[in-house]
Write a protein that binds this ligand. Structure first.
Ligand SMILES: Nc1ncnc2c1ncn2[C@@H]1O[C@H](COP(=O)(O)OP(=O)(O)O)[C@@H](O)[C@H]1O
Ligand SMILES: [Mg+2]
Length: 274
């Protein structure tokens, strides 16, 4: 679906941001991208729908090269990006109006625009707010509107750049659940975060540092990689405990480390047995 070949990028002031990135995002995949601040995650996100173009190498979205201006409308239709600060993206007086903006730009007929807006409202549970101004929403609702705005254009692939980092844990969880639901319905998802806990269910995780991909693999192998902390990332505390116990010879199965509850239950089971 998305293919990056030897992609490098420097900002106009010369700051290097990406170096020789090779990456394929498969259709239907949930890819997690993690890395500390400044590692190049947002620059990568901007490459994925042609908002930035590689200085060397190429980015292809279903065969369409992002450096070919004639392909950009097609690329933007396939790939939608949701950023950290949604307020900067709102254009409508009401949520409904805001959601109609994308489909209008695609020059869809009014009936079709209505259908897209209703579908986006339904997928994100925003029906009851449709006449409200996007400016009056909480952070979590604001991110849902931003997500709905992208959904209204029916992209196949959704890119999220640290969208929960400004939200309280509960709102963050709700937004992530909506995204997982969309993934289950077949959307390809690229989910950027610096919170590893959000990536337990990812199909694959890549870890970035200084514009490069340093690690790649399924969550289990990435979470237990000893170099993760050296890359500036904090493990979820349950995983950290499990890794410590492993050094003492006590192995907690991976699936028991998804929550403090399952971890505690497993510990009790092991202790009660001995
Ligand atoms: N507009 C910009 N101009 C110059 N340098 C930038 C710009 N945006 C980001 N950078 C630099 O590019 C590198 C990668 O940044 P970014 O992709 O934003 O990382 P992340 O999203 O992982 O925090 C950093 O060194 C950052 O300072
Ligand atoms: Mg960023």
């Amino acid at each position: 679906m998305i293919r990056l070949e030897e992609v490098s990028y420097n900002y106009p002031d010369g700051t290097p941001a990406l170096e020789n990135i090779n990456l394929t995002v498969k259709k239907g995949e949930f890819l997690g991208i993690i890395g500390k601040n400044g590692s190049g995650k947002s620059t990568l996100a901007l490459q994925l729908n042609g908002l930035l173009k590689p200085k060397t190498g190429r980015v292809k979205i279903r065969g369409m090269d992002t450096r070919d201006p004639s392909k950009l409308p097609g690329i933007r239709k396939l790939v939608g990006v949701v950023f950290q600060n949604p307020e900067t993206q709102f254009v409508g007086r009401t949520i409904e109006e805001d959601l109609a903006f994308g489909p209008e730009n695609l020059c869809l007929p009014p009936v079709e625009i209505r259908r897209c807006v209703d579908m986006a409202l339904a997928e994100t549970g925003l029906q009851k707010y449709k006449y409200r101004s996007p400016k009056t929403l909480s952070g979590g609702q604001g991110q849902c509107v931003a997500l709905a705005g992208i959904l209204a254009m029916s992209p196949e692939c959704l890119i999220f750049d640290e969208i929960t980092s400004m939200l309280d844990p509960e709102s963050g969880k709700a937004v992530l659940e909506t995204i997982k639901k969309l993934h289950k319905k077949g959307k390809t998802v690229v989910y950027i975060t610096h919170n590893l806990e959000e990536l337990y269910d990812a199909d694959r995780i890549i870890v970035m540092e200084k514009g490069k991909i340093r690690l790649e693999g399924e969550p289990e192998s990435v979470f237990s990689n000893p170099s993760l902390q050296a890359l500036g990332l904090a493990l979820p505390s349950v995983i950290e405990l499990a890794e410590l116990l492993k050094t003492h010879g006590m192995v907690i199965p991976w699936e028991k480390t998804f929550s403090p509850q399952s971890f505690a239950e497993e510990l009790c089971r092991l202790f009660l047995k001995t």
